[in-house]
Ligand binder design. Structure first.
Ligand code: HEC
Ligand code: HEC
Ligand code: HEC
Length: 117
């Protein structure tokens, strides 16, 4: 697992440096959902497009926070996020990116920003 992540990270780094033939960068994937955990209040869609504008660098998430393959980063529980893992790495109500404090996972008003009904 660790080696796999490292290899992916390296492949990605090299991809950025030398460029993929016919393509300046690794393409960002279209929006996708996550497998719903028990009691999840609703499906969560993650948008690379929106995060590209806001979090800018791929390295803000890859590969320290998220691996570069869907469903390989571990079980995303809210408890882990509250400890600063996964989405909670930025969505903690403290981290500032692009001059804005990123909304927190904990706040009740924010559940629906990620979990759609
Ligand atoms: C805000 C966090 C974040 C940023 C920034 C980010 N990603 Fe991702 N990326 C994710 C998440 C979350 C996943 C899914 C990981 C999982 O399910 O384990 C992912 C997965 C991927 C995948 C695999 C998709 C698949 O179908 O398996 C690729 C390719 C990818 N990202 C490319 C990029 C590139 C290129 C950039 C920079 C332009 C980027 N990402 C920036 C969060 C991010
Ligand atoms: C920044 C985005 C985000 C916010 C905000 C957020 N969640 Fe989540 N949550 C996720 C993701 C991603 C998952 C994993 C996919 C799933 O289970 O639907 C998840 C999973 C869950 C789960 C199932 C896993 C577990 O921990 O038991 C519950 C329950 C949950 N969220 C409740 C909440 C509640 C309640 C709120 C508001 C206080 C909230 N979430 C706010 C992104 C978020
Ligand atoms: C590298 C930091 C970072 C990580 C990790 C991250 N986000 Fe974000 N996200 C941001 C920033 C910055 C914004 C824009 C500021 C805001 O809206 O508070 C944002 C905004 C959002 C928005 C609102 C988008 C809009 O404008 O409609 C959603 C929904 C969201 N994130 C979901 C997620 C989910 C789900 C995850 C985990 C799978 C995640 N984010 C992980 C930085 C991050």
């Amino acid at each position: 697992m660790r080696l796999g992540g490292l290899a992916l990270g390296l492949a990605f780094g090299i991809g950025l440096l030398v460029g993929v033939p016919g393509d300046a960068q690794v393409k960002i994937p279209p929006d996708f959902g996550f497998e719903k955990g028990k009691d999840s209040p609703g499906p969560v869609t993650f948008s690379h497009e929106k995060h590209k504008e806001k979090a800018e660098k791929c390295t803000a998430c890859h590969t320290k926070v998220f691996k570069m393959k869907k469903g390989t980063s571990g079980t995303q529980t809210m408890a882990a996020m509250k400890e600063g893992k996964f989405c909670g790495n930025c969505h903690d109500g403290k981290t500032e990116l692009g001059g804005k404090v990123v909304f927190a996972v904990e706040a009740k008003d924010n559940c629906e920003k990620c979990h759609k009904k």
